[in-house]
Ligand binder design. Structure first.
Ligand code: ASP
Length: 346
């Protein structure tokens, strides 16, 4: 008895001298963004250009992260980050959108909430400053998932989403790419060559761009969003994967959040974003394994080029791409800001 009393008094004394706090486990928060994949090589950049891209990516990821840090929702974090990229002329979305064959701009975007798989998407809008805002309005304020063209813009007016003049989307570098692409594709009009064959000959860069974000908030909710101008010289109302839930965007708290960039037709045919999350959910793969398996598996084998950003509900991030480079950035409560453009492994 005496011994027991001694032991317990010793324990009390020790615990006072060395208080043990069991720190509440911090809920993970994380965000990853991309600004498009493609033939992005170091040699094509001046140091100043590279710095400018890096700074924009850093600013987007950090503004999105700040929302999460303050306890904000993942949907707000991705909307914030994507708007920074849409407002920059560097990326093929919003301000920097590519030209269609007819010299216009047709923008696509989508967003998904991992809590309940609510989703919103828009395609072929021509005068919306931030297409991601309109996609979000579709998700939150309409009974539909996807709206297109004039109808989507009519809805935007009712919801007070910001419009711009069509000249807002004019940028010299996209204009030059459009001129070159058109020259090539016009040969099809004159019956010299097959349109499909000519389109395949266009530089990879003309088929890519796009911005996107995935985030995890303190409440454990995932969200994903993607916004694009599509492909240079796209025609006949072509729509890529970016506004298609399951192809270019997907989020579900039970698996992961994905935003894609690359040759959209392949992402649609192979249902890439949903396939990655299905592998995480049903095969128990990590986001890194699932992303690798899909981007270097069925996607590449089919001839599809591009990449994805993936995030799970524990804050694990993976950003695989099978192209030369992908503009990307990430930040989490356990990882400082990372910004990448080229293939770091080479
Ligand atoms: N996936 C987009 C599209 O096909 C383009 C891109 O991501 O670069 O419209």
């Amino acid at each position: 008895m005496r011994r027991l009393l001694l032991t317990s008094s010793l324990l009390v004394a020790l615990s006072t001298a060395y208080p043990v706090f069991s720190a509440p486990a911090q809920s993970p928060i994380a965000i990853a963004i991309h600004g498009g994949a493609g033939t992005i090589e170091r040699a094509k950049f001046t140091p100043e250009q590279e710095l400018a891209y890096r700074q924009t990516l850093q600013s987007a990821v950090e503004q999105g992260y700040a929302v999460l840090e303050k306890g904000g929702e993942s949907l707000d974090a991705i909307t914030t980050a994507i708007k920074v990229l849409e407002n920059s002329p560097f990326f093929n979305a919003g301000k920097g959108a590519v030209y269609t064959y007819d010299g216009t701009h047709e923008l696509d975007a989508s967003i998904m909430d991992g809590r309940d798989r609510q989703a919103g998407a828009i395609s072929g809008v021509t005068l919306i400053k931030n297409p991601i805002e309109l996609a979000r309005a579709v998700m939150e304020k309409s009974v539909h998932v996807m709206l297109s063209g004039e109808g989507a813009q009519e809805f935007a007016k009712r919801e007070g989403v910001a419009f711009v003049n069509k000249d807002y989307f004019d940028t010299p570098h996209r204009y030059e790419a459009w001129q070159k692409a058109r020259k090539k594709l016009e040969q099809a009009e004159q019956g010299i060559k097959d349109y499909q064959a000519l389109h395949q000959q266009l530089p990879q860069q003309y088929k890519m761009g796009t911005v996107g974000a995935v985030a995890l908030d303190k409440q454990g909710n995932l969200a994903a969003g993607t916004s694009t101008g599509g492909m240079t010289a796209k025609r006949f109302g072509r729509i890529g994967d970016s506004p298609i839930i399951g192809a270019g965007t997907f989020a579900d708290n039970d698996s992961c959040a994905v935003s894609a960039t690359g040759h959209g037709e392949y992402f649609i045919r192979y249902n890439i974003a949903a396939d990655i999350c299905a592998r995480v959910q049903y095969q128990g793969k990590t986001v890194a394994q699932a992303g690798q398996d899909v981007i270097f598996g069925p996607m590449l084998e089919a001839g599809g080029t591009g990449g994805v950003i993936i995030l799970d509900a524990e804050g694990n991030i993976s950003m695989p791409f099978n192209t030369k480079g992908m503009y990307r950035a990430s930040k989490s409560n356990t990882q400082p800001t990372y910004v990448g453009i080229f293939d770091d492994k080479k």
